[in-house]
Design a protein around this ligand. Sequence first.
Ligand SMILES: C[S@@+](CC[C@H](N)C(=O)[O-])C[C@H]1O[C@@H](n2cnc3c(N)ncnc32)[C@H](O)[C@@H]1O
Length: 257
Amino acid sequence: VNWARNIFVRNAKLYELVLEGMWKAGEDEAMAIGAVLQDRGMTGCKVLDVPSGIGRIGIPLAQLGFSVAGLDFSSYLIDVARRKSKQFGVSKNASFYVGDMHKMKFEEGEFDCAINVFTSIGYESEKEDLEFLRGLRRVVKRGGLFFISGLRNRDYIITHASQNVYEESESLLVLDRYEFDVLRSRERGSWRFFLRAGGALRLAGEFPISIRIYSPHELVAMLEATDWKLSGVFQSFVTKSPFSTGSPVYSLLAEAV
Ligand SMILES: C[S@@+](CC[C@H](N)C(=O)[O-])C[C@H]1O[C@@H](n2cnc3c(N)ncnc32)[C@H](O)[C@@H]1O
């Protein structure tokens, strides 16, 4: 079992808490993406959210009137997404499927748009990422859009070395400890999950991670090699702040050519 399956599939119940704690941020992301699609005359178009997790962005997009399909390899997270789409009254225009993002089984040109949010690339090797981009290009029609959002920026990481990062939500504290392998451009380390129990924190698990971190220019080259054309680069779609080498994260908008 690779590290990504270990955390997202085997320990999905714990990871669900991370995504739950970011639900509001997902709604903001959906609003920002939805606004770009509306500006381009793509109101209500067909969107593929991959990987979708619990539908943090796909479900709010469906609430905005888009027709959404979500794909994720974690059947537990997909069950949560299905339940939530019923809860939010959008189960007619949001469907969620279990599957591997590197082997997409949708029809050619089935979607007008695809989204990939929150460091959802780089879990395996560049070969798998290229397979993902190529497979995605096949299922998005020519002229369609691809939003990649919330990628860690290698150019920032190598100039702002930090070995410990933590994220907090109501129920959870996650401590990321990592070292950056400059030769392979991979973050290697672990995520430690602490559950809140009253005023105390209880260690619920420690999971190794290894993530390929791309500079924007590397990802642009990979997009171009798989028949996508760069259409915009931002620090974030939500704030619309411009990207610079000092941006800790970045987001790309590409068009299918
Ligand atoms: C950081 S989460 C982001 C989820 C969602 N995009 C969001 O922003 O809420 C990464 C997701 O990728 C999924 N994932 C990782 N590798 C995958 C693969 N090979 N195929 C499909 N899903 C995968 C995980 O199950 C997890 O839900």
